[in-house]
Design a protein around this ligand. Structure first.
Ligand SMILES: Nc1nc2c(c(=O)[nH]1)N[C@H]1C(S)=C(S)[C@@H](COP(=O)(O)OP(=O)(O)OC[C@H]3O[C@@H](n4cnc5c(=O)[nH]c(N)nc54)[C@H](O)[C@@H]3O)O[C@H]1N2
Ligand SMILES: Nc1nc2c(c(=O)[nH]1)N[C@H]1C(S)=C(S)[C@@H](COP(=O)(O)OP(=O)(O)OC[C@H]3O[C@@H](n4cnc5c(=O)[nH]c(N)nc54)[C@H](O)[C@@H]3O)O[C@H]1N2
Ligand SMILES: [Mo]
Length: 660
């Protein structure tokens, strides 16, 4: 969702340059954005339909043949086993308004089994929604107005490089930057102060800070009395002293006190919270605990202040909101779907009962390596008699397909995209024709529907020549901007509120900021107040190392790592271990290890580093199986405390040195 200029010559993309008009991303794309040039024309890109042979290899087949086989199989499956015997799985690999059409097709088909929840951020989304009523924050460049920024479990230097531009501005204006992360990340290298809690203990740190702030009378009393509900109960519940928090988090009590006092006195404090630390069984409660700090100090609804978790204000087109649809019982979906949780896909798949899954359709995702419990996921998918994967490259998931349909690239279809961080809604024109026999999903679905005599007109699935009209109409129906303006440049919708919550209206049951939340109890069975909940490690608490699987600069999850330009500048990923843990195991950088627990094992090379805390082992997610990746084989299928997220980081492992 960065904006950039793309130049073509003779119908080919030849150059990508910055676009200064997007104030959030003015300096241009990172290496991933630039690599779209290679990605578009990569010789490894799948550009024709492929069919699996009995010996496991793939052969090219024509589009008509592929679609005929799929349509026949879909009809047959529905007649014999009912629509719920078809699984529709979509990942987060592409977000655009056009995704709407997938949903329309599967409704038209008569329903399907699909997924609810989300691998990414829902515990935090839910925590913010319960507390503030909506999920939004100030404009990204408003960070420059902060006098103190805490990057709490966010590694912006790798996962949101554009944010660093605005953080740098704040620092030039004199702001202090604090990073709270168990790892010494590239982001931490830029900070005034790095605080390294034990993984999964941030709620104890935050609640001890809240106690210090309250004990010392550093709260904003007027703000609290006017806008906050549950403050009295919250204050009375705070049992964790700085000393106690030191025991839990490993951070010296005096540091906790100093940080609390500095945060309360900052004047303009922005806490930017990442996603890594809500991927625990206590993730939602942890986000609520951290959010209590700006709430009790009155740092909400003002410039330079706030809690930046996600800003969904540019998600004005419904289906761009797709990741949010995590309630299994959503009214619109009731008649249509049977659903299983993404986070517990393997066990849920086997618990489905009748009808069992006979046909799987997978698009925009790589579940074989990105879902927790991936050994079970793979086995579950292996048991499905027929699988279609819509993909650009031969991923670990595509390799399991019976038929692969080639997927569109980002330059090949017009669309509208929103962002979960920058405030712009953006129109993206089509600028090149797809290569080979690539069809956008909208057209794949339309052609399939024709073959199955389904009424696409009624369902709102546009015929290939009518896609642009469909998109224009959808844009026109959405209030907040002029259609022609959106088609020219990124637009901040009129309804964007800045500063976020500036009108002090909170969309909660009480109309106030809720430290006490009855909804948290009702929806998720948690404590009504923010609390520290020790981690549940699924019977593996005795294993010595906590496994952390963060994101890295050169990839988006499992994407981009196959491109030459990326490979030319990035070292092979290694298993990072602390000096102390390496020494006690007689390991040095480059040694081969086996990493294991009761779920599975992975082998690779270690890198001994000061960047990792003792007691943890770090390897990025998104690495393909043949590159030595697949960390999710070690991770239990399990949900976060709220939002149906995945508790990836509740994982403990042991390691063993292997012969070189
Ligand atoms: N280059 C790049 N950018 C990306 C992505 C990518 O894959 N690559 N992915 C995109 C997506 S989909 C997402 S969700 C975001 C994720 O963006 P981030 O939230 O920044 O990334 P993560 O690596 O998930 O987690 C951030 C940090 O949380 C830390 N962490 C883990 N456990 C704890 C803990 O208990 N306490 C604290 N305080 N910190 C902890 C990790 O060490 C890590 O450095 O990035 C987006 N941007
Ligand atoms: N262990 C561990 N696992 C994690 C995480 C973690 O922190 N630790 N993070 C989780 C998070 S935050 C996320 S968001 C998920 C991401 O996991 P996924 O949702 O599976 O996303 P990606 O790995 O980015 O894969 C997306 C795929 O979509 C394809 N694609 C791109 N554009 C299109 C298109 O237009 N059409 C189609 N059909 N396909 C397209 C790409 O080629 C790519 O193969 O991973 C999760 N998994
Ligand atoms: Mo994500």
């Amino acid at each position: 969702t960065c904006t950039f200029r793309v130049f073509t010559e003779d119908g080919r993309v030849v150059r990508i340059l910055p676009y200064e008009g997007n104030l959030a991303t003015p300096e241009g794309p990172c290496i991933k954005g630039l690599s779209y040039l290679e990605r578009e024309y990569s010789s490894e890109r799948i550009i024709n339909p492929l069919r699996r042979q009995p010996d496991g290899s793939f052969v090219h087949i024509g589009t008509d043949e592929a679609l005929n086989i799929i349509a026949d199989r879909l009809v047959e499956t529905k007649v014999k086993h009912g629509p719920h015997s078809v699984l529709f799985y979509r990942g987060s690999g592409y977000s655009g308004l056009s995704n709407d059409i997938s949903g329309s097709f599967w409704r038209l088909f008569g329903g399907a089994t699909t997924t609810y929840g989300n691998l990414c951020w829902p515990a935090g989304l839910e925590a913010v929604r319960l507390t503030l009523g909506d999920v939004k924050h100030n404009l990204p460049w408003d960070l420059a107005n902060a006098s103190m920024i805490i990057l709490w479990g966010k590694n912006s230097a790798e996962t949101n490089v554009q944010e660093m531009i605005h953080i740098e501005k704040a620092r030039q204006n004199g702001a202090k930057l604090v990073v709270i992360d168990p790892r010494r990340t590239l982001t931490a290298d830029k900070a005034d102060m790095l605080i390294r809690p034990r993984p999964g203990t941030d709620a104890a740190l935050a609640l001890a800070m809240a106690r210090v702030i309250i004990d010392r009378g550093l709260t904003d009393k007027e703000f609290i009395s006017r806008h906050v509900s549950g403050f009295g109960q919250f204050a009375a519940s705070l049992q964790i002293t700085p000393d106690k928090a030191q025991e839990i988090t490993g951070i010296p009590a005096q540091t906790i006190i100093d940080l609390a006092v500095a945060a309360a006195g900052a004047g303009r404090l922005t806490i930017v919270a990442g996603y890594g630390f809500q991927r625990y069984t206590n993730g939602g409660q942890t986000i609520r605990s951290v959010l209590s700090i700006p709430v009790i100090t009155g740092m909400v609804g003002k410039p330079g202040c706030g809690f930046n978790f996600a800003n969904l204000q540019s998600y004005i087109f419904d289906e761009v909101k797709e990741p949010l649809s995590y309630y299994p019982d959503q009214e619109t979906d009731k008649p249509f779907r049977r659903a299983i949780s993404m986070a517990t896909f393997g066990p849920d798949f086997y618990a489905l009962g009748e009808p069992a899954i006979q046909f799987a359709w997978i698009e925009r995702g790589n579940p074989v390596i990105q879902l927790p419990g991936s050994n079970e996921v793979k086995k579950a998918l292996e048991s499905v008699p027929f699988k279609v994967v819509v993909e650009q490259f031969m991923t670990d998931t595509a390799a399991m397909a019976d038929i692969i349909l080639p997927a569109k690239g980002i330059f090949e279809q017009a669309d509208v995209v929103g962002s979960y961080w920058n405030p712009y809604a953006q129109y993206k024109p089509k600028i090149v024709d797809p290569p080979g026999e690539v069809l956008p999903e909208s057209e794949i679905y339309w052609r399939l529907a024709q073959r199955m005599s389904l009424n696409t007109g009624e369902a709102g699935i546009p015929a290939p020549g009518q896609y642009d009209d469909w998109l224009r109409e959808r844009i026109s129906l959405t209030p907040g901007f002029e259609r022609e303006e959106l088609m020219q440049k990124p637009v901040i919708p009129e309804q964007n509120e800045h500063p976020a919550y500036g009108n002090m209206k909170f969309n909660t049951p009480s109309g106030k900021i809720e430290l006490w939340s009855d909804r948290a109890v009702k929806l998720w069975g948690t404590n009504p107040l923010p609390t520290f909940e020790p981690l549940n490690d699924f019977g593996e608490g005795h294993l010595p190392l906590r496994l952390m699987t963060p994101n890295i600069a050169s990839r988006i999850h499992s994407q981009f790592g196959n491109l030459e330009v990326i490979r030319s500048v990035v070292e092979e990923p290694a298993w990072e271990i602390s000096v102390a843990d390496a020494r006690s195991r007689d390991l040095k950088s480059g040694d081969r290890i086996r990493v294991f627990n009761s779920r599975g094992e992975v082998t690779g090379r270690v890198s001994v580093t000061q960047r990792v805390k003792s007691g943890s082992l770090v390897f990025p997610n998104g690495i393909w199986l043949d590159e030595g990746g697949g960390v999710n084989r070690l991770i239990a299928p399990s949900e976060t405390d709220m939002g149906h997220g995945a508790a990836f980081h509740n994982t403990r492992v042991d390691i063993e040195k292997l012969a070189p």
